[in-house]
Ligand binder design. Structure first.
Ligand code: PLP
Length: 409
């Protein structure tokens, strides 16, 4: 029999969502009349914007005619899209970016899981706690995890606990680290980093010769002026940071699938022989070997996000979700609950009332208000005592959920 990759056996089973599903099933069996509202899942509910749909229809028609039909797309994206991204997301904000520093992909999840592959198996990896679980699991699969402890932390990874006292900003690692995943606006805490906060990380990475893997999947939700939308707003970041972005939450592409990763040409790693190696060249090699590109129709849809009409329509969708966030935040605050996030992010990180832990708060919300959140402890030990709610729901359901919580909690 073929030997398997034993590292898969050290993965924790996806306890969080299976346990939520189990508790929900038990509740629904006991209370079949209850209309449960889910504010736990990070998936959008608004349909694709009309400008995107029109562009995709036109692209389908092109695919239907011999003279405009297209086969395999370029592995790193059509230039019509990489150019738009470089010019509009970066160049227009005074952040020079070349189209060949933009790698279009089918998702931020894919990229954030795969990017570790271009680094040595022995690299030391740091993550924030709480954390988007993909960063941890992809490194565990690659053998960087080592054994998990009783709390589910892997001995081989460096965890940086985040707490409310520091605005959920992780402390700098107290040992050498080669790679660090930072996610801002943050899933799950909804926190953002200030320019000074981000500069602290860039300066640290330059000192340590470390690489920052900066997940900006929720960049479109930044509202407050001065809050960085890209790590490249910090001087020197092009030498130390890869940035990951996605159309999933900015334009409703969770089911359509399109994202991109920026690997600046200034960014280098070292080979075993001590040579400086371009990470842009390595990522290009990785993508062109293992990925065959995003469908033409989808890339045309993504390009429409940059048209005047498309940009206005997707901004309205983000505004809609942020209004949900305001409704949830103000509603829960009126009850005396402490709510973090929800100002520059679609996530609300709600402190459990005194005496309840994450799961206790989850159960109380489910049984009394028939509302489902996500227990913070599922994102790491430092998430204990919190519950994550999302602003991606329908308006009527969001309002009803908040009203029920107000009346019944
Ligand atoms: N990064 C973070 C922090 C996320 O929360 C998510 C999705 O929930 C993703 C990446 C994945 O996005 P995509 O739909 O582009 O794979």
């Amino acid at each position: 029999m073929a030997r398997i990759n034993d590292h898969y056996l050290t993965l924790k089973s996806s306890y969080l969502f299976s346990e939520i599903a189990r508790r929900l099933k038990v509740f629904q069996a006991a209370r079949p009349d209850a209309r449960v509202i889910r504010l736990g899942i990070g998936d959008v509910t608004q349909p694709l914007a009309p400008a995107i749909v029109r562009a995709m229809h036109e692209a389908v028609d092109e695919m239907a005619r011999a003279e405009t039909f297209r086969g395999y797309p370029p592995e790193t994206g059509y230039e019509f899209l990489t150019r738009l991204i470089a010019e509009r997301d970066y160049g227009a904000r005074n952040l020079p970016m070349a189209p060949d520093e933009v790698f279009v992909s089918d998702g931020g999840k894919t990229d954030s899981a795969n990017v570790q592959e271009i680094f040595a198996p022995g690299c030391v990896v740091a993550v924030a706690d709480p954390v988007y679980p993909v960063y941890v699991d992809s490194n565990v699969m690659a053998g960087r995890g080592g054994p998990p402890d009783a709390q589910g932390r892997y001995a081989g990874l460096v965890y940086l606990p985040c707490s409310a006292d520091t605005g959920f900003e992780p402390p700098l690692p107290d040992r050498h680290v080669d790679l660090i995943y930072l996610c801002y606006p943050n899933n799950p805490t909804g926190a953002v980093l200030s320019h000074a906060g981000l500069r602290r990380w860039v300066d640290w990475a330059r000192r340590e010769r470390a690489v920052i893997l900066y997940d900006a999947a929720y960049e479109a939700y930044v509202r407050e002026p001065g809050v960085p939308r890209s790590i490249y707003e910090v001087e020197g970041a092009r030498e130390v940071a890869i940035e990951l972005r996605s159309f999933s939450k900015s334009a409703g592409f969770t089911g359509t699938r399109c994202a991109f990763t920026i690997v600046p040409k200034e960014l280098h790693g070292t080979s075993a022989a001590g040579e400086r190696v371009s990470l842009n060249a390595l990522w290009f090699r990785r993508q062109s070997t293992k990925f065959n590109g995003v469908p033409y129709v989808v890339q045309r849809g993504a390009a429409a996000v940059y048209s005047d009409e498309g940009a206005r329509q997707v901004r309205e969708q983000v505004d809609f979700y942020m209004e949900n966030a305001r409704i949830i935040r103000e509603g829960l605050e009126a009850l005396g609950l402490t709510v973090h996030g929800g100002r520059n992010a679609p996530y609300l990180w709600v402190k459990a009332p005194a005496g309840l832990d994450s799961w206790g708060f989850f159960d109380r919300l489910l049984h009394e208000a028939h509302v489902v959140g996500t227990p913070g402890a599922g994102f790491g030990p430092s998430g204990e005592g919190y519950l994550r709610l999302t602003a991606f729901g329908r308006r009527d359901q969001t309002e009803e959920a908040v009203e029920r919580i107000k009346i019944r909690l």
